[in-house]
Design a protein around this ligand. Structure first.
Ligand code: AMP
Ligand code: ZN
Length: 814
């Protein structure tokens, strides 16, 4: 096989695997094998730019930067849809249709995917263009970004029309969205509000490599073109599926409006079982012939109707406003709500964002508030029910001091958030920085979860990340402590309270062993633990035999223990009482206790129970079960593993170390850019502001953050300790193809025969350097098609040599 054939066969193979994985959900090779093949293809393409193909599977990883998106007029206008909200609306719609068309009506019912609409144009089976809806007449061309979306086929299969448009919705599945947010929160960035906006925002990112990292999908619903040889909507969906598009199988062909209504009510109820969000259903007259007869209004087709689900909203009580401190000291107020069910999940918390938001809504503790999840994953408080405001209510005073370290908060000009400035003494900031340092994308120290970090900090073993590299086996082996997580039982009147479902679950351990689910079903039926004895019917799905066993034992214990004030608060049980209830008291065994260990529990309970229980391991287990508290500990093996992982992290490349340092505004991408431009930390420390901001994507505020980070002596001290420990503070020398371009600085601008990133890579592989913008240091400007006139003027003014792509390759091959 010659090179060209080899490249072709790899591309075909990878395409098939991509299809198996993303469209069929049925991969036939491992991710690892896929990566190996993709790298092989990439290497061949790199070595042979003459075989470049804009639709090769290697293009999925992106990398092209688009500064301005071109406006493109759609071949077929993208209409909007009329909305309906009730059964009556739909029946009226059918009446109107029946006045215009003859014959039987069939409908295709589809889900209304909540994302950003997209028009894809295919020619000879290849994706040639992707354009956003825009105003319906014209939109923005976002082809390079859309190519990174794995469910958008770049090459079609089967018997497709020569040229056609296909429309779909770019969506972000909920799981992927949550994962992105988890990472953002871990990096102390504001989480994205909802999948829809994040999906549509992604399409306009300038760096397509960033788009490639997002788990976007494209779900298709409509084909447009001339002479398509398709006669119904449903047939169109089936064909699109056969050509390799992702068309959700939930779409259904029905024969009457009654069946449409069934479809709607089914999905209104089951929408939360889908992996992505929908905001309704779209009903379409199935026959294209009938569609033509019906035509369009000025705004929407007469043959289609959207049915919108109601935004889900509930009201509940605001119990408390708490404040979280992030890694950079940013304060986020959190509304702690009386738990309610909303959109298929139990909501206990909602973000209040910042002080302005609290003031705007005038929310107060004790208020009944409306919580909405209209397409939003993180619920938000939209209003206060003023009719239910308690008489003695007072406006919320935003905190003035850090809830963790009591330092006075500051508010920087132009920023909505308050900050705790106590960087070195504020626990969540310290822990947060270490957590960031060890995280997967930074030093990737396995086994160092938040719990272990807290444990080490609690025992004074680490105060900042540099201490990690000086830990000794004997110092950490055997450490243990109780951890409070967010769900910890609430404190009322100085006592820890456990919610009823947890109480039942924990108590029944060894006494009937009810499951979490059973415990929660039972707890919904009662307000006090004692009410259990009064229950006549048990809920479905609760094993009656188990409950009775549990109640028998509970009954016995109730006799032996003083029941006064068993339950001070509706829905909760005091943790102390539960412990009394669970264990027989053996004061005689006092001498056998491991006091050191039980002290933790004393701390936890806020009162002394040391001496009440004979078996502390049982107590550990019980407390863990009942209060969502976990005990972390480091045993021998853990200690060894942690130390080995820390040792291993010393091999991480410089750019990872730079990211791990946690400089404000220096994320993964900026860290890499900086490392590549400065090659060593010393160079970076010595760079002046002007120099820093001449680098692509490094703006003035990032530049200032960098300067101020290195101005801080404590940071320099930490860095020196990391250096002594053997971490890498400079880039490894790259293996170069040649040194022909050594000492030359290039700026690349416009469109080229080879992909622009490819061109940049060739420059670097041969010892040259890419600059982000023109300056006196630029040796050559490589001029492509459509280069902006201002660049040209600047180059002429600065006397920079301009060469064409061909001249560049001549330079290289001299
Ligand atoms: P609207 O934005 O409310 O006018 O609704 C029209 C939009 O719904 C279209 O532009 C599509 O982006 C979107 N949509 C989502 N799912 C579908 C579907 N199955 N069929 C047609 N349009 C859909
Ligand atoms: Zn603080």
């Amino acid at each position: 096989m010659d090179i060209k054939e080899k490249i072709q066969s790899l591309r075909d193979e990878l395409r098939q695997h991509n299809y198996n994985y993303y469209i069929l959900d049925n991969p036939t090779i491992s991710d690892y094998e896929f990566d190996i093949k993709l790298k092989e293809l990439q290497a061949l393409e790199d070595a042979h730019p003459e075989f470049f193909d804009a639709n090769s599977p290697t293009q999925r990883v992106g990398g092209t930067i688009t500064k301005n998106f071109n406006t493109v007029v759609h071949d077929f206008r993208m209409y909007s849809l009329d909305n309906s909200y009730s059964k009556e609306d739909l029946l009226d719609w059918e009446k109107r249709i029946k006045k215009i068309v003859d014959g039987d009506l069939q409908y295709t019912c589809e889900l209304k995917y909540d994302g950003a609409s997209m028009n894809l144009t295919y020619e000879n089976g290849k994706l040639i263009r992707a354009v956003t809806r825009g105003d319906g007449v014209q939109g923005d061309e976002v082809t390079t970004n859309v190519k990174t979306i794995r469910t958008v086929p770049l090459h079609l299969k089967g018997d497709f029309p020569e040229r056609f448009d296909i429309r779909g919705e770019i969506i972000l599945p909920i799981e992927g969205f949550m994962k992105m947010n988890k990472e953002r929160i871990a990096n102390d960035e504001e989480p994205y509000r909802n999948p829809r906006n994040t999906a549509s925002g992604s399409l306009k990112l300038q760096d397509s490599a960033e788009v490639a990292k997002r788990p976007l999908e494209c779900l298709l619903y409509s084909i447009k073109g001339n002479n398509l040889n398709i006669s119904t909507q449903f047939e169109g969906l089936e064909k699109a599926r056969a050509w390799g598009f992702k068309v959700p199988k939930e779409a259904k062909l029905v024969n009457s409006i009654d069946e449409v209504l069934d479809y709607i009510s089914y999905w209104d109820e089951h929408r939360h079982e889908l992996p992505y969000e929908i905001d309704g259903v779209v009903v379409k007259v199935n026959s294209f012939y009938q569609q033509d007869e019906l035509g369009y209004t000025a705004k929407a087709p007469r043959w289609a109707m959207a049915y919108k689900f109601k935004a889900e909203q509930v009201s509940t009580r605001l119990n408390e406003i708490t404040y979280q401190v992030g890694r950079t000291g940013a304060i986020t107020p959190v509304a702690n709500l009386e738990p309610v069910e909303l959109a298929g999940t139990i909501v206990k918390r909602a973000s209040l964002h910042n002080a302005d938001q609290i003031e705007k809504l005038d929310v107060r503790v004790g208020d009944e508030v409306f919580v909405e999840k209209g397409g939003e994953i993180i619920p938000k408080i939209i209003a206060v029910d003023l009719t239910k405001r308690p008489e003695n209510s007072a406006p919320t005073n935003y905190i003035t001091h850090c809830p963790e370290c009591e330092t006075e908060l500051i508010r920087l000009e132009g920023e909505a958030k308050h900050y705790c400035p106590n960087k070195v003494g504020c626990k969540p900031q310290i822990i947060g920085r270490i957590e960031h340092f060890v995280s997967r994308k930074a030093m990737d120290i396995e086994g160092m979860g938040k719990g272990i970090i807290e444990l080490l900090y609690h025992h004074n073993k680490i105060k900042n990340y540099s201490d990690l590299y000086y830990l000794k086996f004997n110092e950490i082996n055997g450490l243990r402590m109780w951890l409070e997580n967010d769900e910890a039982g609430l404190k009322k009147d100085g006592q820890l309270q456990v919610s009823l479902d947890k109480a039942i679950f924990g108590l029944s351990h060894g006494w009937g062993n009810l499951t979490k689910k059973e415990s929660s079903l039972l707890s919904n039926q009662i307000t006090k633990l004692e009410d259990l004895f009064q229950l006549n019917n048990f809920p479905n799905n609760v094993n009656e035999r188990k409950v009775n066993k549990f109640l028998d034992l509970l009954n016995e214990r109730f006799y032996t223990i003083d029941l006064n004030n068993y339950l001070q608060f509706e829905g909760y049980v005091s943790l102390n009482k539960l412990i009394d209830l669970k264990f027989d008291l053996y004061p005689n065994n006092l001498f056998n206790f491991d006091f050191q260990n039980l002290n933790y529990i004393d701390e936890l309970l806020g009162s002394s129970i040391t001496g009440l229980v004979d078996d502390d391991s049982k107590l550990d287990e019980f407390v863990t079960k009942i209060s969502d508290r976990n005990r972390v500990g480091i045993q021998q093996t853990t200690a060894k593993n942690i130390l080995a992982a820390i040792e291993k992290s010393k091999n991480k490349p410089f750019y990872k170390v730079l990211f791990a340092l946690g400089i404000k505004d220096v994320g993964e991408v900026n860290a890499k850019t900086l490392a590549e431009n400065y090659l060593s930390l010393n160079n970076l420390i010595n760079a002046n502001l002007e120099d820093l901001i001449s680098i692509r994507d490094i703006g003035e505020s990032v530049g200032n953050s960098i300067k101020s980070f290195f101005k801080d002596e404590k940071n320099i001290k930490n860095i020196n300790r990391l250096r002594e420990a053997g971490l890498s503070f400079q880039m490894e020398e790259k293996k170069l193809t040649s040194k022909k371009l050594e000492g030359l600085n290039f700026v690349v601008s416009g469109k080229f025969q080879v992909d622009r990133n490819q061109l940049k890579k060739i420059i670097e592989d041969n010892g040259g350097k890419n600059l982000g913008s023109l300056s006196k240091n630029t040796s050559y400007l490589i001029v492509g098609e459509n280069m902006g006139p201002s660049k040209k003027m600047k180059a002429e003014k600065e006397n920079i040599r301009m060469i064409s792509e061909q001249e560049f390759f001549n330079l290289l091959n001299d």
